[in-house]
Design a protein around this ligand. Structure first.
Ligand code: NOJ
Length: 532
């Protein structure tokens, strides 16, 4: 993966949330055929966005309690998304256009409707019992440890039939698999092979930090920095026992080794540092898990204040920690977080696009961000996300960032001919693909110019990252260098203009009337230094 010649390094990956991309069978929910029909938008024809790959959030058979992150059958397509034939057609048509396809892979838990769990809960002597984590209650009947669910409450659910508790790091409908059982690990590897044989180019692997627990079931200690006004109850404990166990890297290495028999496949892992304290957390994956095929998302910038000094400080240090063949994967948005425009505002979102698409590695773009979609307005009482309204999660949970793609200004934003599963964003009449395609100043035009520049400019695509200090504290600058070509990226993080003199040619700016030496409010410039 990290090899400069492999397809992944330097690529732009576009995340599709299939329920919300395009509906072809008029049930208000997006489907696989919808993705196939929209491939030209993504790459392979004149005027396409130009991405290199897509990542599809889960489309497997599921009761959809957590919208597909509760898998009932890993090797079947949920009928709401289509059929296996639709999947094969999608792979074929994507590959024809040079688009690679990365699938979501959810190894930590399954749905409580999965046949493994249904079998396991029949009795203590079930052959599948040890595929999950079961423990007796304490003497007073309470759960075996104080471990918490990420989504609130205890991570243990009592099973009245066998009078034992089972562990669920997420919803009680998502029992954790027991990764210490080699049969579980073997079964999960078989599932990966199943999809690799069908042509998948890799996986985004969900929630890996919980694959290895420290098995003694010790109580996690109190987190003394916990603030109930800003933290969810999960953060009231310091999860030193319930996650990031000593077997995490060996288990991930085993998974990564499945790819050895295939060419050019990749794995990106989703791992969040305990209590959001990085302290080398992401870097340790590169040092421990076969970095030629596996790399972690980096969510640090997504989770920090939008402030030039903090972002520069973090990225300069992170890049310094990587070796030259490690591939960073920066993320500014996804299906679990508020949309960039909602978080930062429209102008800063343009600056953020430049940041994301000029940093090294393989940036992930969340569907709809390229047209500046905002969070949808979802009324709490009609929210569908199971965590809506819980604790510090907002009233509508994660529904607002999952609203349908806005294709045009026609009914239902051209997403479906019927009312969609989530409401269409309020600003769809202006923020939609069709209107933005003809508008040079639109967010979509900016993304297209950035992606095309990234591909055409070797320094941005594969060059070294070199920190660049500018005297203005609100400007984050860095260089990308290859051979004798140097690109300087300047990002103004504030809504006031700033003077920064660089001797070079402006290749791209977020503003239509840019001028050298001055960064307008929130302006970002990509400058090619003049050769001496
Ligand atoms: C992370 C996924 O991104 C999120 O959507 C899901 O709810 C949890 N993992 C549980 O699978």
């Amino acid at each position: 993966m990290a090899n400069k010649n492999s397809w992944f390094s330097g690529s732009v990956i576009y995340q599709i949330y299939p329920r919300s991309f395009y509906d072809t069978n008029n049930d208000g929910v997006g489907d696989l055929r919808g993705i196939t029909q929209k491939l030209d938008y993504l790459a392979g024809s004149d005027g396409s966005l130009g991405v290199d790959a897509i990542w599809l959030s889960p489309f497997y058979e599921s009761p959809m309690v957590d919208f597909g992150y509760d898998v009932a059958d890993h090797c079947a397509i949920d009928p709401v998304f289509g059929t296996m034939a639709d999947f094969s057609e999608l792979i074929e048509k994507a590959h024809e256009r040079g688009i690679r396809v990365i699938l979501d892979f959810i190894p930590n838990h399954v749905s409580d409707q999965h046949e493994w769990f249904r079998e396991a809960r029949t009795s203590k002597s079930s052959p599948k019992r040890d595929w999950f984590v079961w423990r007796d209650p304490k003497n007073d009947g309470t759960p075996p440890s104080n471990w918490l669910s990420v989504f609130g409450g205890s991570a243990w659910e009592f099973d009245a039939t066998s009078k034992q508790y089972y562990l669920h790091t997420f919803l009680k409908q998502q029992p954790d698999l027991n990764w210490d059982n080699p049969k579980v690990r073997g079964a999960m590897q078989d599932i990966m092979k199943f999809w690799l044989d069908k042509g998948a180019d890799g996986f985004r692997v969900d929630s890996v930090c919980w694959l290895s627990k420290n098995a003694e079931l010790q109580d996690d200690p109190t987190n003394h920095d916990f603030d109930p006004r800003t933290n969810s109850s999960y953060d009231s404990l310091d999860h030193i026992y319930s996650r990031d166990g000593t077997k995490l890297y060996p288990y991930l290495s085993e998974l990564a080794s499945v790819l050895d028999k295939y060419e050019d496949r990749v794995i990106v892992v989703e791992a969040n540092p305990n209590l959001n304290k990085d302290k080398g957390y992401y870097l340790s994956f590169y040092n421990n898990v076969r970095p030629h095929v596996m790399a972690p998302f980096n969510f640090a910038v997504l989770n920090m204040p939008w402030d030039a000094k903090s972002v520069k400080h973090y990225i300069d240090a992170f890049q310094k920690g990587l070796s030259s063949d490690n591939n960073p994967i920066y993320v500014l948005s996804n299906h679990d977080k508020p949309r960039i425009v909602t978080r930062l505002g429209g102008n800063a979102a343009r600056t953020a696009a430049v940041l994301l698409l000029t940093l090294p590695g393989s940036p992930f773009v969340y569907y709809g961000d390229e047209i500046g979609m905002e969070n949808g307005v979802v009324i709490g009482s009609s929210a569908l996300d199971p965590i809506s309204g819980r604790e510090t999660y907002t009233e509508a949970g994660r529904d607002p960032e999952r609203t349908p793609m806005q294709w045009s200004d026609s009914a239902n934003a051209g997403f479906s001919s019927v009312a969609p599963w989530l409401p269409i964003g309020k600003k769809y009449l202006q923020d939609n693909v069709l209107s933005e395609e003809d508008d040079e100043s639109s967010m979509l035009s900016l993304y297209k110019r950035l992606i095309s520049l990234r591909r055409g400019c070797e320094a941005i695509h594969h060059g070294r990252y070199v920190p660049f200090d500018v005297p203005e504290k609100d400007i984050f600058g860095f260089k990308r260098i290859v051979n004798d070509e140097t690109i300087v990226v300047l990002l103004n993080f504030v809504a006031e203009s700033r003077n920064v003199r660089i001797d070079g040619d402006i290749l791209l700016s977020t503003c239509s009337n840019t001028s050298a030496g001055v960064l307008a409010p929130n302006e970002a410039q990509i400058i090619k230094l003049r050769e001496m």
